[in-house]
Write a protein that binds this ligand. Sequence first.
Ligand code: DGJ
Length: 718
Amino acid sequence: MTVALRANGVSLVLQDEPNQLPEIVHFGPDLGVEGVGGVEALMMASTPPVPRSAFDKPVALRLLPHEVDGWSGRPGLTAHRSGAAFSPSWSDVQVHQIDAQTASIEATDESFGLGLHTEVRLDDAGIVVIHHHITNLGDGVIDLAGLISIVPIPPTASEVLDLTGRWCGERRIQRSDLQMGGRIRESRRGRSGHDSAFVMVAGEPGFTERRGEVFAAHVAWSGDHLHMVDRLPEGAGRHAGALGGGELIRPGEVRLETDETYSAPPVLFAWSDRGLDGLTDRFHQHLRARTNHPQTLRPVTLNTWEAIYFDHDMERLGPIIDAAADIGVERIVLDDGWFTGRRDDTAGLGDWAVDAEVWPHGLAPYAERVRSHGMQVGLWVEPEMVNLDSDLAREHPDWVFAAPERTSTKEWRFQQVLDLSNPVAFEHVLSHLDTVLTDCAIDYLKWDHNRDLIEALDRDGIPAVRRQTLATYALMDELVARHPGLEIESCASGGGRVDLGILEHTVRVWASDSNDPLERQSIQRWTGLLLPPELVGTHVGPTSSHTSGRVTDLDFRCLTALWGHAGIEWDITKISVEERTRLAGWISLHKRLRPLLHTGRTVRGPEFDGAWLHGVVAQDLTHGVFSYVRLVSGAAAVPGLVRLHGLDPERMYAVRALDVTGREEVRIAGQAAATPPWTRHGVISSGDALMRRGLAMPVLDPMAGLLFEVSATDHEGC
Ligand code: DGJ
């Protein structure tokens, strides 16, 4: 049976042989291949010669590649049963093309006692999702060490881009030549991690935001995982190597009893011949098509963290809530510090009851004050964590991961991790959170996770990251089931848990604890490689950033925070009337633009001489908003013409500069030495000229930017 899935300019072609898993003949551009004849012709044209000193038949890169097929890269499935290692001997392989975009594969390995079920789906966005499940069909336990999903890459994909990062410096890109042997990025942090590879891209050398053929993989999982690209001197049959990933499984972590099934995390694959923006387009379209993607306007949020920290006091908080309502905020989130014993970060985690000393009347006064303004009520929690200085840890020390005699060496922000794979601990946390949510009719949870998991072993010494990850997902789902409409944000010391696994259970990620707009420029830009703006929290913080000490202009902070699910994190009762008016202007601009920002196509230009351009263009190309930002000073005195992207070349567009905080006279966000005339009077130009010739940009000092909007002249705009 041959399978040829086709959608949105992409195709995936599989060919099976008797008693073999299907070979992945092609992943990439839609070649129009259909039917047995088409696949056979494609195979014939791409069958390689056999080199000297090699297997007598070309390597076949199969859905789960293995040595027996001639593949000496990372195997698709690694397992043993009582010391006898898995080597495939598949029988009864059933390959079904269910529709133009879906296939399923069933196979049995009778000698090892294993069943495989794989779903391969190519969605309307052109994203391929591979999802493997294996079942132990034999007697005795199977120890699983790895189950990864891959797609082939061509020899031209010889440059890799993946991400790394740290607290307050998430999503930094790194590029490298893809050498023989490939590249592997592992995360052993029990959460995806500030330094997660995030998306692994292999592409033509020198690929940019707008140019070059690129292949990408993302593992939709919040626990330990790996992304990899393997390249071998002898190639992989028709291909040069494989790109993919899966869960990183610790020894003893997955032991399948008879009839038990392990489901690997889904792995997403994207292809584009339009550089990184082409990948982004597909990822964003894929995410927006999910049934659980947020459908309502993303409420402008005020989070109390950088406003009051642990100083919970209605006398102080009440006026902040009132002021927030006054300037157009729609949701308040009461951050860390509301529960028993939590006067600072050394104590209280785990005791999920309202602190009667700080909140003598419970959280009702807070919730009522917020609701009286018609705003939504949010609350911070960190359910997977525990301070040893808490009633919970004192009463149930055995619920804490790892042997008690070793815990002191592994504290992180004075906290340990609660073993939620223990059903009693799970139930305890669930019922306490449920009570708080019920008592105060909470609309929104900011769900934090402030440390890595180190040696996360359960009471029997068995690695438990996988079970912990699944328990966290289950806890979120159960709370949402009990409180329909509840929305959850994934925060982990900022952007330590940003992945498409957690986003199946949440509607927003906190991209970073840094609200410093200069740091945020690049954090948001690269988070946006995978995530559309409506899923990424972006806040205006105080003038002096508490994480970097950098002092920045309010307009530049507003310009940076405009581009996501926007909010404020600042004591707005302590700022001037003028600043508050400007914040109100910014909120009203964001509200006007958010239907576009949260549905349009993200476009980016490369960083050039210390500045970059990015924007969002409506799907029908009638309207777009762009920001040109100088990060550092450049070599050139004048930036020259900067090309826009994503417009309709045939249309005429009216271009006008916008004031980011709503003043009548448009000002640059930050300092500008000189501005071109069109920023004062506007200009009308064709999409073709704007994209192929460009638009004059102001001479900006670092940390300054220009916001502007383009509207097709035959359209009313928004
Ligand atoms: C880390 C988060 O990322 C911050 O935004 C804040 O919620 C603190 N934790 C609270 O402890």
